[in-house]
Design a protein. Structure first.
Length: 365
């Protein structure tokens, strides 16, 4: 097996692998990046490297994985770390241990540039085959240390909203500095929260498709005490339903019929895309529940006005606003397990991580 960094000519093959490697579960989905994989990868961090696997030189790609460098808060301080994502192997090669082991050897060579002490990654909780292999501590693999769950909530945009007293409005370009300040002081309270600078928020590649008016900001007096963005990424990232488990396939018509009453989002037909925007860039001073519900209600109204069917937000299992999000939204929840991944040279940096709750921005995963 040959491993190398992807080139521009590999784009069609990368998109094909994303289409042909669904995540299994009650709802089987593919996470696709049309019309260009690099458009989607660029929002993940400062530098993204796609490693590809070929059975032999010149042969078609059968696997891929991405290493991205991103500035995040670690123990409350901005630090560059890595993110490992898009580990995909075509089904006919998944039972070949040498493919995965060789891929990690090649990833270790990339890691030797010293740019990141360790990496963060997620695995869907019910992806038991991947978990068994990666959690086993096998020779030739990096260490996967579990650090908590991430709950991804899929929310119906058509659900009820609540009247709230807080002053919430859409952002304007003049609000960027206040938004950055709110994101910085709150991001530092969470482990691995991305650092959003003014430069990053205004970047057409790092925040592709995100505008100042996509932010909702909550004010008390002159101070911005909370913010949340409604980030529509459908022009460069898509979630496609590839199948349902038999019980869910049977229940889907009834669930969709009752959706207006239950508040649970409708489930699209197999082959259809999930029409949603991410609720990203969440920051709420003191985790104030009234501010959060004010922002969430405003985001739901914004999404419905824009013709979106769903909203998607991700919160760590230890996040104090997770239970409020559940009660406010009536959402479908999908669980992932979050890990810190390191080789021997990163063991000490991982050992010094404190116990503050994790916050991974699912919009850029």
């Amino acid at each position: 097996m040959q491993f190398e960094l992807a080139s521009a000519s590999d784009e069609p093959a990368l998109r094909r692998i994303l289409r042909e490697t669904p995540f299994a579960g009650d709802i089987s989905v593919t996470l696709e990046r049309e019309p260009c994989v690099h458009f989607g990868n660029a929002i993940e961090g400062e530098r993204s490297q796609i490693l590809v696997a070929r059975p032999a030189p010149g042969q078609p790609i059968v696997g891929m994985a991405t290493r991205t460098l991103i500035d995040s808060y670690v123990n409350g301080v901005p630090r560059r770390i890595g993110y490992l994502s898009q580990l995909r192997i075509l089904p006919s090669y998944q039972a070949r241990p040498r493919t995965l082991k060789g891929g990690y050897a090649a990833m270790r060579e990339l890691h030797d540039d010293g740019a990141a002490p360790f990496y963060v990654t997620t695995i869907i909780a019910d992806n038991e085959p991947a978990r068994r292999v990666l959690e086993a501590g096998l020779a030739g693999f990096p260490t996967y240390k579990y650090v908590g769950d991430v709950a991804t909530l899929l929310v119906s945009a058509a659900g009820p909203t609540r009247s709230v007293a807080d002053d919430v409005r859409a952002g304007v370009p003049q609000d960027i500095d206040a938004i950055v300040a709110c994101l910085e002081r709150n991001g530092a309270r969470y482990q691995f929260a991305p650092r959003w600078t003014r430069e990053v928020l205004l970047s057409p590649t790092r925040c592709r498709g995100l505008r100042a008016q996509d932010f909702l900001i909550a004010r008390r007096g002159e101070r911005v005490v909370g913010c949340l963005a409604c980030w529509d990424q459908r022009e460069f990232k898509q979630t496609i339903v590839r199948g349902y488990s038999p019980p869910l396939a049977w229940a889907r018509p009834v669930s969709n019929l009752l959706s207006p009453l239950t508040g649970f989002p409708k489930l699209p037909a197999v082959g259809g895309s999930v029409s949603f925007a991410y609720l990203s860039h969440l920051a709420v001073d003191d985790d104030d529940t009234s501010v959060f519900t004010a922002l969430a209600s405003a985001a739901r109204r914004t999404a419905a006005h824009r013709g979106l069917d769903h909203l998607c937000i991700g919160l760590g299992s230890g996040h104090p606003l997770l239970s409020i999000a559940h009660s406010h939204f009536g959402a479908r929840e999908y669980r992932s397990r979050a890990y810190v991944v390191h080789w021997d040279d990163g063991a000490e940096a991982v050992r010094t991580l404190d116990e503050r709750p994790i916050h991974l921005e699912v919009a850029i995963l």
